[in-house]
Design a protein around this ligand. Structure first.
Ligand code: IPM
Ligand code: MN
Length: 346
């Protein structure tokens, strides 16, 4: 689903890479293209048409570019593009959103942070994706509005398990982020996390941070973190912040997973309407998401590794879209960046 803004451009890049991977490794992938978001509203008045849902459910994996834009942001609009994406996450049951943040040595100059903080940063934020304030009841009258935030024990248990298993394959460190000094949902989150970790993952070191402190620690000691688990909205905010460690929002991929192998894969960036159609968007987040698709939904981990290595090679060879180009460096287009990555695939 290309979606809106730069979505079609970065989706085309990921598509090209997947086709090349299929050629190199002798696979055949069947692609279907479907409408979502503003593009779907324009054609069908519905940000998530029924045939899009049906096609996603029948597929082994789902890829999405981005949704949203000023064209559909009228505060009085009946329906917004984002609603389509939220519904899709919910329908697919993809409650665990993995957002890896790795700092490539070559991109340290692209980050606004000092180099000494960035070396060795390698963390994954596991964001709860189908609960919390995003999905609670909303009310609105002339002078008052409310958004309800609800979490059930089972929702916290299952996301903590995903995060703890991941930590077990990495550096055995889990940091749970909440706002337990203020929010009741966070107090439940903390209780359930502590119990689940003690009972099921006694060998993993658990740290708990309040979200305001976590926002600071992500900048002051980012390389200390291994796996961070947090609720839906905190994860949304902290990952945009964390993307600056990697140099740009455009670098970060994501995988949204549930209990089956069928995942939803999307870069964490938005539709960037200001640069849409200019062939300047960074395709790395989207191509990295395609790598995660190969790994998590298709079980093709070697292929996934090769795509991630190709992104790294292209960057090590000096290819930079404008968001990660340093002063004096000539940026390349989305298409040229994609072609460099494909060339690096061999
Ligand atoms: C993201 C985006 C979405 C979110 C929007 C587009 C609904 O910001 O994937 O991070 O808030 O989850
Ligand atoms: Mn976001």
């Amino acid at each position: 689903m290309p979606g809106d803004g730069i979505g079609p451009e970065v989706t085309a890049a990921a598509h090209k890479v997947l086709k090349r991977v299929a050629d190199i490794h002798g696979h055949s992938f069947n692609f279907e293209v479907r409408l979502i978001g503003g593009a779907a509203i324009d054609r069908t008045q519905n940000p998530l048409p029924a045939d899009t849902v049906a096609s996603c459910i029948e597929s082994s994996a789902v890829f999405l570019g981005a949704v949203g834009g000023p064209k559909w942001s009228d505060p009085h609009a009946m329906v917004r593009p984002e609603k389509g994406l939220l519904e899709l996450r919910s329908v697919l049951g993809v409650y665990a959103n993995l957002r890896p943040v790795q700092v490539m040595e070559e991109l340290i100059p692209a980050s606004p942070l000092k180099a000494e903080y960035l070396t060795g940063v390698d963390l994954v934020v596991v964001r709860e994706l189908t609960g919390g304030i995003y999905f609670g009841k909303k009310t609105r009258s002339e002078t008052v509005a409310s958004d309800l935030c609800t979490y059930h024990t089972h929702e916290v248990e299952r996301i903590v398990r995903v995060a703890a298993r991941l930590a077990g394959e990495r550096r055995n460190k889990l940091c749970s982020v909440d706002k337990a000094n203020v929010l009741e949902t966070s107090r439940l989150w903390r209780d359930v996390t502590d119990k689940t970790m003690q009972r099921e993952f006694p060998d993993i070191a658990v740290e708990t941070l309040l979200v305001d402190a976590a926002a600071m620690h992500l900048l002051s000691r980012p390389s200390d973190f291994d796996v961070i688990v947090t609720e839906n909205m905190f994860g949304d905010i902290l990952t945009d912040e964390a993307s600056m460690l990697a140099g740009s929002l455009g670098m970060l991929p994501s995988a949204s997973l549930g209990d089956s192998t069928r995942g939803l894969f999307e870069p964490i960036h938005g539709s960037a309407p200001d640069i849409a159609g200019l062939d300047v968007a960074n395709p790395c987040g989207a191509i990295g998401s395609a790598a995660m698709l190969l790994r998590h939904s298709l079980g093709l981990s070697e292929e996934a590794d090769s795509v991630e290595a190709a992104i790294h090679t292209a960057i090590a060879d000096g290819a930079r879209t404008s968001d990660i180009a340093a002063h004096g460096e000539t940026p390349v287009s989305t298409t040229a960046m994609t072609d460099k990555i494909i060339a690096a695939l061999g």
